[in-house]
Design a protein around this ligand. Structure first.
Ligand SMILES: [Zn+2]
Length: 435
C-alpha cells in the first residue's frame, strides 16, 4: 500500500530549489546566545533577507497600493490568502493565469496561508480576530462567538464551511488545501491546520493538536505528489504550522512532531496572548530545526515585531499597516496618530519628518487629511504606502542592528520613543484647552 509506505520525514529531491541560510546570531546583553538571527531565504522568485516583514495582500493585492509601489517602499514579499482566492476568483483561474505573482504583477517572492485560519475563524463567527483576551481553560470544547451561527464544522478528515460571501457550502481538507495552494502557485505555502481559540478546553487542544499532526503528514504527502505531477512548475516550499495555544508541553510536542517532517520551514500559528508571544515563539525556536525559517502568522504592533525577532521569528505578516491606514491612522517614530484631528488641517509637514517613503517625499498631512475628509480614495493609497514603509523599515533596521551588534540598544530606543504616549511633537502644537 503506497499510503503505508509514505515516510513524511524523507525529503523530496526538489526541495533543494528552496533554501535558508542563517547569518548573524543575536546575543543577549549578558553575552549569551539569544534565539534571534539574521538569514536569507532563497525562493525561485528571489531572496528574502530576514528578519523580514511580509506585506499582506489577502486577495492578491496589497490594498490600495500598486505592486510597483509595494516594491519601491521596500517590501520583499507578499502574503495572499488561499481561502479568499479559492472562493473568488477560484484557484484554477490563478493557475491558468500563471500563478499568483504573474496574476497580480508582483515579480518577487509570494506566500499563501492555508485557509485554515479563515475557514475556522470566519466559520466560528470570530471574524478576523481571534479573541486574545478571554482565557478560560474550563471552557467549552466548541467555542463559537456569542450570537453567531457556527459556519465551520471540523472532523478528522477536514472541515465543512459556508462561504462568507454567499453562504454556499465548501469542503477543505489537507489534500484540498494543497491542491488549492499549488494552483495559486506561491513560493511558500502553509500546511492545513486546525485553529483553536484560547476559549477551547485543554482536552480539546490535545485532540486538535493530534488532528493537526495527522493533517501535516497528509499535507507533506499530497504536496510531494503534486510536486511530481505538476511537471515544469517552479518548486513551491511547504511550511508546517505549529499549534498548541498557550501550553508549553503542547507547543514543544508540536515542534518535535512537525520538526521531524520534511517541511521547508515552519509557521507559528494559533491563538496566543500578547504578553505570552515572546515566550511561545521562544519555545518553538528552541525546538524547531535551526536551519529552517520560522514565520509568525498574523501579528499586529511594533512591540510584537521586536519581541518576535528577539525570540527567533524570521518572517511575520500583519494587516495593520493598511487596515489602520483606511481609518486615517499613521505611524511615526513617536507613536501612531490619527490624521483626522483638527491640528493637522493646516499642517504642511510630511506624515513623518525624515521618512523616505514616496508619500512623505511628495505630500503633506494637510493634503492627505483633505483627501480623507473628502472621501477621496487616494488617502488610502498615500497612508498605506507610508505605513507599510514604516514597518518594513523598522524590521530592516532591526536586521541591521543584529548584524552590527546593537539590537538591544536600538530596540530600547525605538520602543521608548514609540510608546512614550505623548502628543505628536511634529508640526503645529496641539490645541491647548484651559479648564
Ligand atoms: Zn513616509
Amino acid at each position: 500500500m503506497p499510503h503505508d509506505s509514505f515516510d513524511p520525514t524523507a525529503p523530496h529531491p526538489r526541495q533543494t530549489d528552496f533554501s535558508f541560510e542563517v547569518g548573524t546570531r543575536l546575543t543577549n546583553p549578558d553575552g549569551s546566545q539569544a534565539l534571534g538571527r539574521t538569514g536569507v531565504i532563497k525562493t525561485p522568485h528571489g531572496e528574502i533577507k530576514t528578519p523580514a516583514f511580509i506585506a499582506v495582500g489577502t486577495k492578491a493585492t496589497v490594498k490600495a497600493i500598486l505592486p510597483e509601489a509595494v516594491a519601491e517602499l521596500g517590501a520583499q514579499a507578499v502574503l495572499a490568502n488561499a481561502y479568499h482566492l479559492y472562493l473568488q476568483p477560484g484557484s484554477d483561474l490563478l493557475d491558468a493565469a500563471g500563478g499568483l505573482g504573474k496574476f497580480m504583477n508582483w515579480s518577487g517572492p509570494t506566500f499563501t496561508d492555508s485557509g485554515g485560519f479563515q475557514v475556522m475563524s470566519l466559520g466560528s463567527g470570530f471574524k478576523k480576530v481571534i479573541d486574545m483576551n478571554l482565557v478560560d481553560q474550563s471552557g467549552p470544547d466548541d467555542a463559537v462567538a456569542p450570537g453567531k451561527e457556527r459556519l465551520a464544522n471540523v472532523d478528522d478528515d477536514g472541515v465543512w464551511f459556508k462561504s462568507h460571501l454567499d453562504g454556499t457550502k465548501h469542503r477543505f481538507s489537507p489534500e484540498i488545501s494543497m491542491k488549492v495552494q499549488h494552483e495559486i502557485g506561491a513560493d511558500i505555502m502553509f500546511a492545513f491546520d486546525e485553529l483553536t481559540t484560547l476559549q477551547n478546553s485543554r482536552g480539546y487542544q490535545v485532540e486538535s493538536l493530534e488532528r493537526t499532526r495527522l493533517w501535516a503528514e497528509r499535507c507533506v504527502r499530497e504536496h510531494f505528489n503534486l510536486t511530481d505531477d505538476r511537471v515544469g512548475k517552479e518548486y513551491q516550499a511547504l511550511f508546517g504550522v505549529i499549534q498548541g495555544a498557550q501550553y508549553e508541553d503542547l507547543r514543544r510536542k508540536a515542534c518535535q512532531d512537525l520538526g521531524a517532517m520534511a517541511f521547508d520551514g515552519f509557521g507559528i500559528g494559533g491563538a496566543l496572548e500578547k504578553e505570552n508571544l515572546g515566550t511561545i515563539v521562544g519555545w518553538c525556536a528552541e525546538e524547531l530545526p535551526e536551519n529552517k525559517p520560522r514565520h509568525l502568522l498574523g501579528i499586529s504592533e511594533p512591540d510584537d515585531i521586536f519581541t518576535a525577532i528577539e525570540n527567533g521569528a524570521d518572517t511575520f505578516d500583519c494587516v495593520s499597516p493598511t487596515r489602520v491606514a483606511r481609518n486615517s491612522a499613521f505611524y511615526t517614530p513617536h507613536g501612531r496618530f490619527n490624521l483626522s484631528g483638527s491640528r493637522y488641517k493646516r499642517d504642511f509637514t510630511p506624515l513623518a519628518e525624515g521618512c523616505e517613503c514616496y508619500t512623505c517625499q511628495n505630500y503633506t498631512r494637510a493634503y492627505i487629511q483633505h483627501m480623507f475628509k473628502s472621501k477621496e480614495i487616494l488617502s488610502h493609497t498615500l497612508i498605506s504606502i507610508h505605513n507599510e514603509h514604516f514597518v518594513v523599515k523598522m524590521v530592516d533596521d532591526a536586521r541591521q542592528a543584529i548584524e552590527d551588534g546593537t539590537f538591544h540598544e536600538m530596540k530600547a530606543d525605538v520602543m521608548a520613543k514609540y510608546y512614550a504616549r505623548k502628543p505628536d511633537p511634529q508640526g503645529l502644537p496641539a490645541l491647548v484647552t484651559t479648564a
